[in-house]
Design a protein around this ligand. Structure first.
Ligand code: TA6
Length: 286
């Protein structure tokens, strides 16, 4: 790995696959681990708590493949909604560690990445993406900033594809979506959420358009609040047993170990004129 300067108290060291990984520790004991590859949060342990993010034991940790689990960053294309690789470019780019500090009980780390020759071959736009990760107490906040650094307008979709660790899928549900309209990527078509909870009896893959800004991931013995700003839509995803059997970087039973609740903008792509910038955030409260 290449040497990366890190301020005192914030160690960048080789992680899985020898990829540089920042360990972020807040004064109150909350920790997070962030790979520079993808600015990918791979672990979050709130103060006095246990691991809250799922990370696949079968994940690749090498350039060219996304890390499976944690929080993949999606930009400038969600899924296969356009011609780019699945979920876009920035989860496959190595980011610059832009600094870290503590403030009160929180620790904050920033990362940035700009377009390069390879990204421009696929998406011919100049951009700067910055991510700020804040932990402390029971909270993880992720903020993604995108600036148009070029001379032409561009549009994009984006998101935080957050994998929450769960211990009992049968007792896990997502609340807060009652009445919301969604695209159903399993059954096809669109529908309205007519039940107060989303449960996981099989594969679930839904894009909720104009979703509420606060959702709850409810488990048998704990609830995680999930708030977003700047991302009007939300994805709820669990691959179920049959789909996961086709995925090389997950173990067969992993579908019982995570649920993704994603803060996304898909329905109305964001358009930025030269010099303009946009921000979206997702906050998890354990
Ligand atoms: O957000 C759900 C989804 O778009 C699913 O369709 C599923 O394929 C998932 O993301 C994971 O995508 P990935 O490219 O990481 O395999």
């Amino acid at each position: 790995m290449s040497a990366v300067a890190s301020p005192p108290g914030f160690a960048v060291s080789p992680g899985e696959g020898n990829l540089p990984r920042l360990t972020l520790a807040a004064p109150d004991g909350a920790t997070a681990e962030v790979y520079l590859y993808g600015a990918h949060v791979a672990s979050w342990i709130p103060s006095g708590d246990e691991e809250r993010l799922f990370l696949s034991r079968a994940s690749a940790f090498r350039a060219g493949a996304p890390i499976r689990g944690g929080v993949p960053l999606i930009f400038p294309q969600f899924g296969l909604t356009g011609p780019l690789p699945l979920h876009g470019l920035i989860r496959l780019m190595t980011w610059e560690f832009a600094g870290a500090h503590t403030t009160g009980d929180a620790a904050v780390a920033s990362f940035r990445v700009a377009d390069n020759e390879a990204s421009r071959r696929l998406w011919p736009h100049a951009f700067l993406a910055e991510v700020m990760i804040t932990i402390g107490g029971r909270r993880l906040t992720l903020a993604l900033d995108v600036s148009n650094a070029g001379a032409e307008v561009f549009s994009f979709t984006a998101g935080f594809h957050t994998y929450f660790a769960i211990s009992n899928l049968d007792a896990t549900r997502v609340e807060g979506l009652m009445g919301a309209h969604y695209r159903d990527n399993v059954a096809g078509g669109e529908a309205d959420q007519t039940l107060p909870v989303v449960e996981f009896p099989g594969e679930v893959n839904r894009i909720y358009l104009d979703a509420p800004a606060e959702l709850r991931l409810v488990e048998a013995d704990r609830t995680t609040l999930i708030r977003s700003t700047g991302f009007p839509d939300a994805v709820v995803w669990n691959p179920g047993a049959a789909r996961i059997a086709t995925m090389v970087d997950l173990e067969p039973n992993d579908y019982r170990r995570f649920v993704c609740v994603e803060a996304v903008c898909i329905g109305r792509p964001v358009t930025l004129a030269p010099g303009q910038h946009w921000q979206g955030t997702q906050t998890m409260l354990a």
